[in-house]
Design a protein around this ligand. Structure first.
Ligand code: NAD
Length: 447
């Protein structure tokens, strides 16, 4: 049984998804956290966050005893051959990665871990971290590996089941192989688990990549940094397009048709947010500095990204004048569609900026009102529906591409408003249709 038992330390977005899937792929999984609230949600057969397909997986595994929520390191770790660390790695104010949770979890695990076990770092950490954390397991006959996570919130279950690559790095080749083998079990069961989750299986043949510790760590941050770079690149071209008659959506469509460039992530808009890109970009800049490398290109991407919400709000102000006393609505507070995660969300930033200028702001998100609440200033009025948010609004900002916003009837939207300015912060509407509905329209990089 030991060989088929797993401990997952940290039941956040990554830990819950990992636990729920491994527990449905034939493993017994202890899901450990220090947060009673998050564990209580698991005991009730659900996740603390919104993610399509995750709840049936949790419920099935909790009911059949394969998923065991616990706060006890002793119970979870001493029984497990594989110990995954999925704790948070937030950024510090100076941009560097806060690795306190990573070290605390490793130290706690080291007290109970059995010889022959494998410690698997899933959290995103700066290159070189694993060499330091692995010292914690010195003299314990425990192999240390890095297995960075690539799931995307909003498609986390499908991404984990139908992965495009699994990367495992470590000095102990046999341990690396055993971790890769875990994912072969996931792959074998992927269609059945997708069915249980109520999701449509995908046709993807994932690649298994064995490498060393430093490369595995650097692969993860490189991937996120490059995606962030594409977004900031699109936004810098959008700022130029705004001064001309060019439409950045058409520009990126045509530029991205070249397979050497690729269309994905060349989307201009209010910039990236969430619990990963902003901190991973800043973490990479900071870790490069610690090795004496100045990553100017990433500094530029980060700086442009921070400006985008202000850029959009000031574009709207050029049209309307002062926002003081104006009624504004912000639709979309999650950092992207498909998730309730509102960490470092541009929609929240836009709502706060508007409230700061004296506008009266209604804000709404189909899933993220709860998680956005603590980051919104008190003067932003959270409401329960899009209809309520836009009623009598003079200006509407659409900040997340939720299907319910994309499919909104623009004629009805105009009728509900007392003003007429629609600010499309994600470039999701056809400007001509918006104009035909009697709206004034502002996109990002499309005049
Ligand atoms: P999260 O903040 O949602 O979850 C982390 C969890 O760890 C929390 O529930 C916290 O209570 C728990 N924790 C902290 N210290 C602990 C300890 N000592 N013992 C036990 N539990 C502890 O974070 P997340 O979004 O799941 O991300 C986890 C890691 O995965 C991060 O490094 C992140 O960068 C990376 N990652 C996240 C995503 C994503 O989409 N969220 C994707 C890929 C990689």
């Amino acid at each position: 049984m030991f060989e088929k038992t797993i401990a997952v330390i940290g039941t956040g977005y990554v830990g819950v998804t990992t636990s729920a899937i491994l527990a449905n792929a034939g493993y017994k999984v202890y899901a450990l956290d220090i947060s009673e609230d998050r564990l209580q949600a698991l005991r009730e057969g659900r996740s603390f966050f919104y993610e399509e397909g995750i709840n049936p997986l949790i419920k099935t595994a909790v009911d059949n005893g394969n998923l065991i929520p616990t706060t006890s390191y002793e119970e979870a770790v001493s029984n497990s051959k594989f110990v995954f660390s999925c704790v948070g790695t937030p950024d510090r104010p100076d941009g560097s990665s806060n690795l306190d949770y990573v070290f605390a979890a490793a130290e706690e695990c080291a007290k109970y871990i059995k010889p022959g076990s494998i410690y698997i770092q899933k959290s995103t950490v700066p290159v070189g971290t694993g060499r330091k954390v692995s010292e914690t397991f010195k003299d314990k006959s425990v192999a240390y590996t890095s297995n960075p996570e690539f799931l995307r919130e909003g498609t986390a279950v499908l991404d984990t089941l139908f992965f495009d690559r699994i990367v495992v790095g470590g000095a102990d080749k046999e341990a690396v192989k055993q971790v890769l083998d875990l994912y072969q079990e996931v792959e074998k069961n992927q269609k059945e688990i997708a069915k249980l989750a109520g999701l449509q299986p995908k046709e993807v043949k994932g690649e298994y990549i064995a490498t060393n510790l430093d490369s595995a760590e650097l692969i993860k941050v490189t991937s996120n940094a490059f995606l962030a770079l594409k977004i900031s690149f699109a936004n810098s071209i959008a700022q130029l397009a705004d001064k001309t008659d060019a439409d950045v959506v058409e520009v990126m469509h045509a530029a991205g048709a070249d397979p050497r460039i690729g269309r994905a992530f060349l989307n201009a808009g209010r910039g990236y947010g969430g619990g990963c890109f902003p901190k991973d970009v800043r973490g990479l800049i900071s870790s490069a500095e610690s090795f004496g490398v100045d990553l100017q290109i990433m500094k530029a991407a980060d700086s442009l990204n921070r400006q985008m919400p202000e850029y959009i709000v000031s574009k709207a102000a050029q049209k309307t004048g002062d926002f003081k006393g104006k009624r504004a609505a912000v639709l979309g507070l999650s950092f992207k569609a498909g998730t309730s995660d509102a960490r470092k969300s541009p929609g929240v930033k836009i709502a706060n900026l508007l409230a700061g200028t004296g506008a009266s702001v209604n804000a709404y998100d189909p899933e993220a009102n709860g998680e956005a609440k603590e980051d919104l200033t008190d003067s932003v009025n959270l409401v329960e529906s899009a209809e309520e948010a836009v009623k009598d609004a003079e200006i509407i900002f659409v900040a997340t591409d939720w299907p319910e916003f994309k499919e909104i009837n623009l004629n009805e939207l105009k009728s509900a408003m007392t003003g007429s300015l629609l600010v499309d912060c994600m470039n999701i509407y056809d400007p001509e249709k918006a104009l035909a509905a009697g709206l004034e329209f502002i996109g990002v990089g499309r005049n």
